[in-house]
Design a protein around this ligand. Structure first.
Ligand code: BES
Ligand code: ZN
Length: 924
């Protein structure tokens, strides 16, 4: 090959130059991989030199004649002299070769120019050798570690995290989701370890030259995308569980945590079985392994047959983990296993449709957990949480459509956000509710069957569902899902429906506009949504009927068609639209209707409004007050009814909204009025729940436990009743235990609050005591609770010391936990200015700390922006962002959202602060 290069150089020709004009971010479409043979040797024995090296053989089908092969490869050393290329099967001479190679670092391309043209219809085998550092950046093929407390040694393991675009860090490949191929993986490692991959082991044999090393070959996989390939070399233990249909199910963790695997091991097969029924398709692989990885950047990853988790999400300890954490485990297992169908079997063609993966998994996980644990009553809670989240994010001008064009790798990472997950889930729920059970299920089944082992776009799903809906007769024949759903997935935002009743004619006029928090922006011409309209009245109270009675429609040019509703009740009865929040929109009413609602809410009859709609009314009215569409007096009259409220959802809705106000008000002179108001609001529920007394035994219901935790947190931070004293005394009794790592008297349901309150009101000795517990804890959920609570100190120097521990790569806080610790510090009164200054002063070293996961930087900006509300601070932060372009690159979306969030706060302070205070004073 060298000699060919010399000749070309001599002739002044350069194939390299010719092909380097290819500068598009997508792979060329001339080739398609069919099969990968990947062999990887991993060396974990030498902590000074963690490496892997391997060979990949790719069978490539040629679709169009071409002179080059463009692959993805990033930070891999490839030995150019060892590349081979040959034609397999077909006619002509099999040997081909490579004349030159080049790299395009912008798009991570590795381009091989071939000696002979590759011919359409032929299949070639390309073989490459490569090697790289097994680094610690939590993506690609990386290392993780844990302490073996018995031997007092650090143990090392290796694992992969490829989604969305990191398979290219582990082996050269066609790293786009549309290029499905089968994978035959072989792992080489020291015999003391176990090797795991997507498929079961086919054979293990000794390494040909390295003593005590083995090669483990795994069975060839079904066709799948590169981002779902996974492997790990580790010395973990496992818990087996078996499903009646024979799928082998195993749960893996470091040996010292194996007893925390019971719940996940018991749950996994049940979840699999639930989906086999829901989707009407059997799980296609012979086994599933789920593994708890000590260092893991996301919560979990759905690799086909080898699902990886952070310890904190998979492991559950009845003794140390809360009920909320147990629900978290159930939910995440249900989410990842949903992907085995939605994502793995049928995959989005391109990242534009990532929401199909994530929105669906989020939605059906909620259904699955409700089915397996009906006693937890979590579905409503999940639904409400999702809606509350998106009502906020999606009311920003800087939000984006669910389905979004992706033109750079960095935008792919940005898409794993609340819009894909929570809004995606909410619009799928809307569709489920308006289609009905039968059409939804049959539509899904036919979509999964039609596109199994292939790729699809949202239009493909719409088509299957439209057919099913028409067949089931659950949608008007002149409607199609695409028209309806495009209005939700291709447009940014959600509508507010303005309802103006005519009390004598018993009608109501409805109009819609995009809801925006930023009052400087005009709402006209910001879109039109196909809105399913369910509604009920004070007499009817039929909140259970979530099927639309009517629709708000849009014209072909995207104008809203005016709508009048007939046959409404008389002037003494309220109406409520959007039963159980069956679609993601807000509703504003005329003054009389609000008055009627306020009367019912503030009476013994308040429960005649469905609990989800009570939460809706709180959220809606507080938003309308924020943007000046409603008076704060009205809004506060609505939320005053909370003194009666004993259910979780309305409180959740109120607390989320109030926390935005708290963030601003606690930095202002009028805080004392607000504080009194909050105390008045929460005292009754605090007393009703017996404060923070140990009721773990008596309160069994998930929603009550959650409510107790939430109320306790607010009660202690507003110093209601005996909250702080009780919290501190629990902590004291823990501190006086002879063996606090074995015995902890603090009730699980309020542990986070007790720790936080005690650190807030406590001494540095309390802090150091808790830090020691962090170091000694063996349960990840407990470790996480402690880390977050350590941020509650009011002492500046303690906070500063903690901040500096976060970004110490050699320190005791794992990189995976650094963001949440920073966020916890930033959210506190003492910590906020320190965290802001720390980020501004150290942006350079922090961005290096996270490199190449630049998206992490986004998570540092958002919590700070929520607490900035003066023009001066806004300008300062804006200038900081402008001056830190290099360190804050690839996070444009988060930057825009942060800037807008601050602006909205500034507007609120300028327009509402005085009015709000006046309204509050009237209620005290
Ligand atoms: N596919 C994702 C994992 C992922 C997240 C990959 C971000 C790349 C970037 C996985 O299915 C997932 O969604 N995990 C969630 C948990 C889930 C319960 C919301 C996570 O990690 O937060
Ligand atoms: Zn997911």
């Amino acid at each position: 090959m060298k000699c060919v290069l010399l000749i070309l150089a001599a002739l002044g020709l350069s194939l390299a130059e010719e092909s380097s004009t290819y500068d598009h971010f997508r792979l060329p479409t001339a080739l398609r991989p069919q099969k990968y043979d990947v062999r990887i040797l991993t060396q974990l024995e030498n902590p000074d030199d963690f490496r892997f090296n391997g060979t990949v053989k790719i069978q490539i089908e040629v679709l169009k004649n071409t002179h080059n092969i463009t692959l993805h490869s990033k930070d891999l050393t490839i030995n150019d002299t060892e590349i081979t290329l040959r034609q397999i099967g077909g006619e002509g001479k099999p040997e081909n070769c490579i004349t030159s190679t080049e790299r395009n670092p912008i798009h991570d391309f590795y381009i091989l120019n071939t000696c002979e043209e590759l011919l359409a219809g032929q299949v070639y085998e390309l073989s490459l050798r490569f090697s790289a550092q097994l680094q610690d950046q939590l993506s690609g093929y990386y290392r993780s570690s844990y302490e073996d407390s018995v031997a007092n040694e650090t143990r090392w393991i290796s694992v992969t995290q490829f989604e969305p675009s990191s398979a290219r860090l582990a082996f050269p490949c066609f790293d786009e989701p549309g290029y499905k191929a089968s994978f035959a993986i072989t792992l080489g490692y020291h015999q003391k370890y176990t090797g795991l991959s997507n498929m079961p082991v086919r054979e293990t044999r000794p390494h040909e030259s390295i003593p005590e090393y083995v090669w483990t070959a795994f069975e060839e996989s079904v066709p799948m995308s590169t981002y779902l390939v996974a492997y790990s070399v580790n010395d973990f233990s496992h818990k087996p569980s078996t499903l009646p249909n024979g799928t082998l199910f195993r749960t893996w963790a470091r040996p010292n945590a194996i007893d925390q695997c019971d719940y996940a091991a018991e749950l996994g097969p049940k979840v699999l079985q639930y989906y086999e029924q829901l989707f009407g398709t059997k799980f296609p692989l012979p086994k599933v392994d789920q593994i708890a990885v000590p260092d893991f950047s996301a919560g979990a990853m759905e690799n086909w047959g080898l699902v990886t988790y952070a310890e904190v999400t998979l492991l559950y300890s009845p003794e140390y983990s809360s009920q909320v954490a147990k629900h978290g485990t159930a939910n995440i297992v249900a989410h990842e296993l949903a992907h085995q169908w939605f994502g793995n079997l049928v995959t989005m063609e391109w990242w534009t449709d990532l929401w199909l993966n994530e929105g669906f998994a989020t939605y059906v996980a909620g259904l699955c957990v409700e089915d397996i644990h009906p006693e937890w009553r979590t579905l409503q809670f999940e639904t409400m949480s999702n809606l509350l989240t998106i009502f906020r994010t999606d009311s920003l001008e800087s939000s984006h459509p669910i389905s979004r064009p992706i033109e750079m790798t960095s935008q792919t990472s940005e898409s794993f956000d609340t819009i894909s997950y929570q809004k995606g889930s909410s619009v799928i729920r809307m569709m489920h509710l308006f289609l009905g059970e039968e059409a939804f299920r049959t539509g899904l089944k036919s979509y999964l069957e039609r596109y199994a082992y292939k790729n699809a776009e949202q239009d493909n799903l719409w088509e299957s569902l439209t057919q099913a809906a028409h067949k089931a007769g659950s949608m008007p024949t002149d409607y199609d899902i695409k028209t309806i759903m495009d209005s939700w997935t291709l447009q940014t935002g959600y509508p507010v429906i303005n309802v103006t009743r005519n009390y004598t004619a018993r009608t109501a006029k409805l109009s819609q506009e995009r809801y925006l928090l930023n009052t400087d922006i005009s709402r006209t011409h910001k879109g039109c949504w196909w809105v399913p309209l369910s509604y009920t009245s004070q007499a009817e109270k039929d909140f259970n009927n979530t099927a639309p009675k009517e629709w708000m429609e849009c014209t072909e040019t995207g104008e809203s068609v005016p709508k009048t509703i007939q046959d409404l009740p008389g002037p003494d009865q309220w109406v409520i639209f959007n039963n159980q929040l069956s679609a993601p929109y807000k509703v504003n009413y005329d003054a009389q209707n609000w008055k009627l609602l306020i009367e019912t809410l503030n009476s013994e009859e308040y429960q005649s409004i469905h609990v989800v709609n009570r939460a809706q009314l709180i959220d809606d009215v507080l938003y309308f007050a924020w943007t000046g569409e409603q008076d704060y007096e009205i809004a506060l009259q609505v939320i005053s009814y909370l003194q009666r409220e004993r259910e979780l959802l309305p409180w959740k809705s109120a607390f989320e909204n109030l926390s935005f106000l708290t963030g601003i008000l606690r930095q202002t002179p009028n805080y004392k009025f607000y504080k009194s108001f909050i105390r008045k609001l929460i005292t009754p529920i605090y007393e009703h729940m017996h404060g923070i007394n140990d009721t773990d035994a008596s309160v069994q219901q998930q929603d009550k436990i959650r409510l107790k935790g939430m109320v306790a947190q607010w009660a202690c931070s507003y110093e209601v009743s005996d909250c702080v004293t009780r919290a501190v005394s629990y902590f004291r009794s823990w501190r006086s235990e002879a063996n606090p790592d074995e015995i902890n008297p603090v009730p699980l349901a309020v542990r986070d609050n007790v720790y936080c309150t005690s650190i807030e009101h406590g001494s540095v000795e309390d802090w150091d005591f808790l830090w020691t517990r962090y170091q000694k804890a063996n349960v990840a959920t407990e470790k996480q609770t402690i880390l977050d609570s350590l941020a509650c100190s009011q002492k500046v120097w303690v906070q500063q010391r903690y901040l500096e521990r976060i970004f110490d790569a050699k320190g005791e806080i794992r990189k995976q936990d650094s963001l949440s610790v920073f966020q916890s510090i930033a959210s506190t009164q003492a910590g906020f200015p320190l965290a802001k200054k720390y980020l501004m002063d150290n942006v350079d070293s922090i961005s290096k700390f996270y490199h190449p996961q630049s998206e992490s930087m986004a998570e540092l900006l958002l919590p700070l922006s929520e607490l900035i509300f003066t023009r001066k601070d806004y300008n300062e932060f804006k200038n900081f962002i402008a001056d830190s372009k290099e360190q804050l690159k690839d996070i444009d979306q988060a930057i825009n959202q942060s800037l807008e969030t601050m602006l909205i706060n500034v507007q609120w302070k300028e327009q509402n602060y005085e009015r709000f205070t006046e309204a509050i004073k009237k209620l005290l």
